[in-house]
Design a protein around this ligand. Structure first.
Ligand SMILES: [Zn+2]
Length: 193
């Protein structure tokens, strides 16, 4: 009664390694593998038993994982800062939240199209930035905020941690009056993250 149970499984959620049938009844198709004559699901998905063509396949239920790619815009939070670069924890690509955290690095030479003397004048740890991925090596994404639409979306006071307000060419802390510099992006303080 193997065929019947397979039929009943059609359209159901299956897990990797779940038995789908045997090669005597089906041809293993996409999303499946066979071992010792038994067909198993390779992925989490929806099983489809094509009784007419005697094929079994599994369709992924979830969209393919979103990962940063060269040329895409990402949103991340500035972490550790050195004098000439900062680490960025990327959590969003385009308008999609990422399931994992990806590491980016922003070098001082890629901060702005103008000369920047100190990383502190562009962004600081804790800031949320929009950046473009310019290269990738060993899953470390090299970022740039030189574009007009890139830069800091939310900047926080280095003294008290309050959100800085944009006042003409400087950033001012409404709480403690501290004045700082940032390379800000359009939509500063308004972007939904
Ligand atoms: Zn402050």
């Amino acid at each position: 009664m193997v065929a019947k149970s397979s039929e009943q499984r059609s359209g159901h959620l299956v897990l990797p390694g779940e038995r789908l049938g045997v090669i005597e009844e089906f041809i293993p198709d996409s999303g499946t593998y066979s071992k010792d004559g038994v067909i198993y699901s390779k992925i989490v998905g929806c099983a489809l038993m094509d009784m007419l063509n005697r094929k079994v396949s599994v369709y992924p239920l979830v969209e393919e994982a979103t990962v940063p790619k060269v040329g895409t815009n990402v949103i991340g939070q500035v972490g550790n800062a050195q004098s000439d670069n900062v680490l960025v924890r990327i959590f969003k690509v385009g308008d999609k939240n990422l399931s994992g955290i990806f590491s980016g690095i922003l070098h001082i030479s890629d901060v702005s199209d103008r000369y920047v003397d100190s990383m502190n004048d562009a962004c600081k740890p804790g800031d949320v930035i929009r950046a473009k991925v310019i290269s990738e090596k060993n899953q470390i994404y090299h970022l740039s905020t030189a574009d007009n639409d890139s830069g800091v979306l939310y900047g926080f006071c280095g003294r008290c941690g309050n959100l800085l307000e944009q006042k003409r060419n400087e950033m001012r802390c409404p709480k403690c009056g501290n004045i700082e510099n940032r390379k800000i992006a359009p939509g500063y303080g308004k972007e939904e993250i």
